[in-house]
Design a protein around this ligand. Structure first.
Ligand code: PEP
Ligand code: MG
Length: 588
């Protein structure tokens, strides 16, 4: 049994058999075969190793002829690994003694060696020697992938389980498109070695309500059963029986707490002292609008429309945009607000679609989001037309992401006006007085919020990006996760600036980053003056519970104290103490 820690990105406990995916999504079947099949499995293994060795030999010749012997020798090393008698003997022994299938024997045999190399790597003091060991472990994983793909007949394997067994997926990393295909009926939970809390894979996990932990660091060695604790960001590999019992009890307690929150569904989100807080839902896919309605959200505060690009080989048409927006309105009703954010493609969001994006040296600082839309004006117009037309049927509002200068915002508004003129000319019905807002998620926009406020009807603070850009810490990089802290005083000052600017201009302001779905930060945000929060729908009941236990005076006091503090750690401690007082069950 082994405990590993990462970042909790989607709550809930799952206990189940592990399905380990390697970095390329090759499935490693965890299965045994009847003892009488062992000879046949050994034969399959030998053939696969012979094929892999022949392929390595062929590559060696080809690459030596094309480049030089040093390049060809990479494949020579692979060839001798595939032909190595002791390596083959160990894998055959696993098939005969443990009745493993050929694939599982390969996975176990190689991961055993990887584990040894990793342990040795931790012990050596010399950096160069550690690097040699690290590379050797990487080479072994590469060998594993090659043998497995030979054994599996090189069939591209879809990510996700087959055969109806419900599993916990363990992977180095998962693309949002992989995660979007997961169904809570077949995937209990997932855990990944890489990734951060606001990666889109993490956000989708929240949307699909699948417990998930990301950024665990290397753990994909030798696993059969696993517990994922999505509440505390913990995974337990090969748990013993007592631990399984303990977590089963925790899982059931979580379910009954969720039932209790459910009872708040019809009650208003009003503080102790009678101040109403608007709670809205964040969605990525149109069908999730139903989750907002189910969890008592008053509308959709953020519809991330770039997910219309998921699993698509061509850009969505105007009709596809329109149908998706109509579906949201039909689900949520015509009188509830639906804030449609225009495309925020780029950086970690679907960077391979439709040849839109080029390789970027610094993707988060590059041609992403509204910057890209202003370059690909036709693409932008298509979406704006669809939004304006769908807005006839409900309270749709439009929001521009990643605005970093006033000029950029003005260009977006000019384009919107041009699209309106086109619609006028063609006599197409649309909503001319649609409300227009902007995300505040780049520090320059927060600093200039008083100027920007004069040009829009509302602000929505995107803390996911605002934190990353303020602290210069990639939101998906676990190595700088210690810097990426919503409680950092620099972030709090920026949020205060934005709220004050909105107040002076008399426009609405909302927070839609993941921060607004965390009970810990709800008092702080309310104390900073926010009266509208938009969060993943499943977080809404818990946030409502915190709000109903809180008074604005108390929240303002906490925010005032937090703003005086020097470090994120001090603010975190303050917030934890406060939450413990008002809602002990929300604090571990
Ligand atoms: C944000 O940056 O806080 C935000 C809500 O946008 P996204 O997570 O989609 O970048
Ligand atoms: Mg953002």
């Amino acid at each position: 049994m082994e405990y590993r820690y990462g970042t909790a990105v989607s709550p809930g406990i799952a206990i189940g058999p592990a399905l380990v995916l390697d970095t390329e999504g090759v499935r490693i079947p965890h299965k045994t075969v009847p003892p009488e099949q062992a000879d046949a499995e050994v034969e399959r293994l030998r053939e696969a190793l012979d094929d892999a060795a022949a392929e390595a030999r062929e590559k060696r010749q080809r690459y030596t002829a094309r480049f030089e012997a040093a390049i060809g020798n990479i494949f020579a090393a692979q060839q001798s690994a595939f032909e190595d008698p002791s390596f083959r003997a160990r894998l055959e022994q696993l098939i005969r003694d443990e009745t493993y299938s050929a694939e599982y024997a390969v996975s176990r045999g190689i991961r055993e060696q990887v584990k040894k190399l990793e342990e040795a790597q931790k012990k050596v003091g010399d950096l160069a020697a550690a690097e040699v060991l690290r590379r050797r472990a990487g080479d072994l994983i590469d060998l594993e992938r090659q043998i497995l793909s030979t054994l599996l007949g090189r069939q591209p394997t879809p990510v996700g389980p087959v055969g109806g067994e419900r599993v916990v997926i363990l992977a180095n990393d998962l693309m949002p498109s992989d995660t979007a295909d997961f169904s809570p009926r077949t995937v209990w939970a997932f855990a990944t070695e890489s990734g951060g809390p606001t990666s889109h894979t993490a956000i989708l996990a929240g949307a699909l309500e699948i417990p998930a932990v990301v950024g665990v660091g290397r753990f994909l060695t030798d696993v059969s059963g696993v517990i994922v604790d999505g509440d505390e960001g913990k995974i337990i590999l090969d748990p013993d029986e007592a631990t399984v019992h303990k977590y089963e009890a925790k899982r059931l307690a979580g379910l009954s707490r969720a039932d209790r929150y459910e009872s708040l569904r019809g009650k208003p989100a009003v503080t102790h002292d009678g101040v109403a807080i608007k709670l809205l839902g964040n969605i990525e896919l149109a069908p999730e609008a139903a989750h907002c309605a189910d969890r008592g959200a008053e509308g959709v505060g953020l519809y991330r429309t770039e997910f219309l690009y998921l699993n698509k080989s061509s850009d969505p048409t105007e009709a596809e945009h329109y149908d998706a927006y109509r579906a949201v309105i039909d689900t949520i009703g015509p009188n509830r607000p639906v804030v449609i954010r225009t495309l925020d493609l780029g950086a970690d969001k679907f960077s391979s679609v439709s040849g839109l994006l080029s390789v970027e040296k610094n993707p988060f600082l590059g041609l992403r989001s509204v910057r890209l839309c202003l370059r690909k004006v036709d693409l932008f117009r298509t979406q704006l037309r669809a939004i304006l037309r769908a807005a006839v049927h409900g309270d749709i509002r439009i929001m521009f992401p990643m605005i970093s200068t006033v000029d950029e915002l003005r260009k977006c508004k000019t384009l919107l006006n041009e699209v309106k003129e086109d619609l006028d000319e063609s006599g197409t019905p649309y909503k001319p007085d649609i409300r227009v807002g902007t995300m505040i998620e780049v520090p320059s926009a927060a600093i200039l919020a008083d100027v920007i406020a004069r040009e829009v009807d509302f602000f929505s603070v995107g803390t996911n990006d605002l934190i990353q850009y303020t602290l210069a810490a990639d939101r998906n990089n676990e190595h700088v996760a210690h810097l990426y802290d919503p409680a950092d005083p620099a972030v709090l000052r920026l949020i205060r600036t934005v709220v004050e600017a909105a107040g002076k201009a008399g426009i609405d302001v909302n927070v839609c980053g993941e921060m607004s779905g965390e009970p810990l930060y709800a008092p702080l945000l309310i104390g900073l003056g926010l009266r509208s929060l938009s969060a993943t729908p499943r977080k809404i009941p818990e946030i409502k519970r915190v709000i109903r236990q809180l008074s604005v005076a108390e929240a303002e006091k906490v925010a005032g104290q937090a703003l005086q503090m020097d470090t994120a750690r001090q603010v975190q401690n303050l917030l934890r103490d406060q939450l413990r007082r008002i809602l002990p069950e929300a604090v571990e």
